[in-house]
Design a protein around this ligand. Sequence first.
Ligand code: 5GP
Length: 190
Amino acid sequence: MKILEDRIRKDGVVKAGNVLKVDSFLNHQMDIQLYDEMGKEWKRLFEGVPVTKILTIEASGIGMACIAALHFHVPVVFAKKSQSVNIDGDVYSTKIESFTHKRVYDVIVSKKYLGPEDHILIIDDFLANGKALEGLIRIIEESGAVLEGIGIAIEKGFQAGGKLIREKGIRLESLAIIDSMDEKNGIVFR
Ligand code: 5GP
């Protein structure tokens, strides 16, 4: 998606450890006009797909999932990072290893908001090694819902996640795919 690529080129900052900072328009300050264009694009790409709910993960996916949801006319559920263990059995839970924080945390989704009747589109900001998506997919599988597809803002194509997800036969639409990013060549898109 050209406007997203242009914006990443203009305002993205490449950090050590294969981390791209997009805090000025996506992850901290949020450009809602851009989010709206992204939502429109996902809607175009997933046209005709019977989505009943958008699922994302706390925290940085929530904003873009909400704006996308305006185009799909469906609710958003976000997987919550949780400190407490599931004792009542009223939540789906899984462990996810964080790419940016290098630690494992528990995420939960209430059984009230996800079930076999749902057709899910996952939306998230970044795809790196795919750990966040794998966690969300485990939760969807446990719930009996149907995973219809995944929309990602920025896929780092030089990391393993994209291949892993596509090999599962899951429809994955990334709005910008970065093939390499370094000081010498800058950010190169696919
Ligand atoms: P994965 O689970 O695919 O390894 O990493 C995806 C998650 O890590 C995303 O939800 C995102 O929050 C974070 N992440 C991964 N790579 C980057 C990056 O380059 N920049 C930023 N800002 N977040 C990232």
